[in-house]
Design a protein. Structure first.
Lengths: 113, 185
């Protein structure tokens, strides 16, 4: 009977400890920035108000403050980097015929504005 | 299988189970209460992001808050302050109590609550600008020497507090905000 109780304890306790370890390791996994999170929103804002984007040679640089504070029904989300900084950098938008190519690699750049 | 080793193992795990259960019961009385943080530079209140790590025994749980104030506007993420001779940073942390004097979490509503300030002398701070770390060390109020040049500075303030008398429970809060110092270019 004692052995049975012992075995039950081990079979319950070990999975619980394993679950706790896995949970902690998952939480510690490296944070990844979703660079493309606002691409659809930018396209919608462009359709809504193209004059917001100053294109020169089919290329426009637009800072996130302009997009984030633009009064529109589209949801613009601020990402944050692994330090916890809000990504308030800029986008490089390229016009290719009717399509917009969005370079979001600079959204977490620390720029002076 | 050698059954003689089985008995001590059972007792060993039984003791661990009892100790863990005891600590869980002690710690379980404390829920995760979110404190209120007020961040000011030269009397201008700033919006901050909070990342909170609750440690209870082996279990870490995480939470984050995009806004530390009762209301945050889109413009709050792009805060600016004018350059002055002295630039003073204040970070105040408060426990929140309802009208029945029960501790509650701060829920971004400044209603009929009492606030008890927590004095934490062990805060640390990191300041970044243009992708470089310009300060990393103990928290200081007078940041005039850190923000010498005009520009946007990214602040990170780290606090640690115990939740109860057991050594296994801690709350670590990271406060993140950015502010442009000087006239806008």
């Amino acid at each position: 009977m004692k052995k049975l109780i012992g075995e039950i304890i081990i079979f319950i306790l070990l999975p619980i400890l394993l679950y706790i370890c896995i949970k902690n390791v998952e939480s510690m996994s490296e944070y990844k920035i979703n660079y493309d999170i606002n691409n659809d929103t930018i396209i919608n804002i462009y359709k809504d108000n193209p004059s917001l984007f100053n294109f020169e040679n089919n290329k426009a640089i637009i800072d996130i403050e302009t997009l984030y504070t633009y009064d529109s029904p589209y949801l613009f989300t601020l990402e944050h980097d692994s330090f916890g900084n809000e990504c308030i950098g800029y986008y490089i938008i390229e016009k290719n015929n009717d399509d917009l190519l969005i370079d979001s690699s600079h959204i977490c750049d620390m720029i002076d504005y | 299988m050698d059954r003689s080793i089985f008995k001590p193992m059972v007792y060993f795990f039984l003791i661990i189970l009892l100790v863990v259960s005891f600590i869980f019961i002690l710690d379980g009385k404390d829920r995760y209460f979110q404190n209120k943080f007020i961040i000011k530079i030269n009397d201008q209140e700033l919006k901050a992001r909070l990342d909170v790590k609750y440690k209870k025994l082996f279990i870490n749980s995480y939470n984050h808050y995009d806004c530390n104030k009762s209301s945050c506007s889109f413009e709050d993420s792009f805060a600016r302050i004018n350059r002055e001779d002295k630039i003073i940073l204040n970070v105040n942390e408060y426990e929140v109590y309802n009208r029945f004097n029960k501790r509650v979490s701060y829920n971004n509503i400044d209603g009929n609550y009492d606030y008890k300030e927590i004095i934490d002398e062990n805060k640390t701070m990191m300041v970044q600008r243009m992708g470089k770390t310009v300060y990393d060390g103990k928290f200081i109020h007078d940041i005039s020497d850190i923000v010498k040049e005009d520009g946007r500075y990214y602040f990170h303030i780290y606090t640690k507090s115990k939740r109860n008398f057991t050594p296994f429970s801690k709350v670590e809060t990271s406060i993140h905000f950015s502010v442009y110092v000087g006239d806008k270019v």
